[in-house]
Design a protein around this ligand. Structure first.
Ligand SMILES: [Zn+2]
Ligand SMILES: [Zn+2]
Length: 338
């Protein structure tokens, strides 16, 4: 089969390799149709982190496809079924799972979902969800990133009628925008790329801020009669945006540092802002099983438009080009098709 292999920083090649085989009776073999490029796939490619599995390897965890064969112990799935794996396969019984902190499952089986930018992949049946007939493989491949946003949106405690600011209008910020709208918020989106702000407006942003032209803190103060935002979600890993979030949060607000910052950094923080304004500062990454299920539902119900987030559809042979597009922020979601 053909697969993309990452050999080192900037060195991604599509090669002919042996297809994976079922190594456990609870697994299924899947013909992969679509796989999204995630910013986290890029960290080894751009050199900001080193892969824990060593070089070379096939990146890609946002995939969907069709079952080819099933292991002896698999029930409920058969060849021809359209499926999407939930890569966060948690145990449900460890200390962190039983207190609902699934992102920190001590027995996470993420490594068992293999595939990505390849023609075939394997996954434990327990990780699989059936893709509804009206949902395309490309749409289903948004299950994982949208689940992260669903969990982050819940963590942000958006009240009905709240003023929500999303800092960063990449694919993640644009999913947060749509989820905040579902929660009944007025949504203000800030970014420095005009095309992304246009997309935010098309997806229902009530106001947009070109942070390259105007100070987002000042604009949010104007839009909220000086009160500041009720919720700020930082959907870009930029320290300046995190600083803006602290400065624009109103009394009783929740700030969610949703994006990781690479390389690690620190920002100044006036503790009085948190204390006297009773601000809740939180973070969010990954998600639990219910968030993945919710994400697929929002896609099926067309409550979240994921197709609008795809800027490029590329064949597997052009995966490297897709990585470069994401690295240089020249588009939004890049979807690879096998
Ligand atoms: Zn992802
Ligand atoms: Zn667990």
């Amino acid at each position: 089969m053909k697969a993309a292999l990452l050999y080192g920083v900037g060195d991604l090649r599509v090669e002919e390799i042996d297809p994976p085989v079922l190594s456990h009776p609870d697994e299924v073999l899947v013909r992969i149709h679509a796989c999204g490029i995630c910013p986290s796939d890029l960290r080894a490619y751009t050199g900001v982190s080193t892969p824990h599995r060593g070089w070379p390897y096939t990146p890609g965890h946002e995939w969907a496809g069709e079952v080819v064969s099933v292991g002896a112990e698999v029930e409920g799935f058969a060849p021809g079924d359209r499926v999407v794996p939930n890569p966060m396969l948690v145990c449900g019984t460890c200390y962190n799972c039983i207190r609902g902190l699934y992102s920190f499952c001590e027995n996470l089986q993420r490594g068992r979902i293999r595939g990505g930018f390849a023609q075939f992949g394997t996954a434990p049946a327990a990780s699989l969800h059936k893709v509804p007939p009206a949902v395309s493989y490309r749409q289903a491949s948004f299950g994982e990133p949208l689940a992260c946003c669903v969990a982050g949106s819940k963590q942000s405690r958006i009240g009905f009628g709240a003023d929500v600011v999303i800092l960063g209008a990449g694919q993640i910020g644009l999913m947060h925008l749509q989820l905040a709208r579902l929660s009944g918020a007025r949504v203000i989106v800030s970014d420095v790329i005009p095309e992304r702000l246009q997309k935010a407006e098309a997806l229902g942003a009530h106001a947009v801020i070109d942070a390259g032209l105007r100070d987002p803190v000042q604009v949010v103060q104007e839009l909220t009669a000086g009160r500041g935002a009720d919720v700020v979600i930082v959907a870009v890993g930029v320290p300046k945006a995190e600083q803006q979030a602290l400065d624009m949060a109103g009394v009783g607000a929740t700030i969610n540092f949703f994006a990781g910052t690479y390389p690690p950094t620190s920002i100044p923080l006036d503790p009085n802002r948190i204390h006297y304004r009773q601000i809740s500062l939180t973070g969010s990454h990954d998600y639990g099983p219910i968030d993945f299920r919710d994400a697929l539902r929002f896609i099926e119900l067309r409550a979240v438009d994921v197709d609008a987030l795809v800027s490029h559809d590329l064949p597997l042979e052009r995966t490297k080009e897709g990585f470069d597009i994401v690295a240089e922020r020249k588009g939004l979601k890049v979807s690879i098709h096998m």
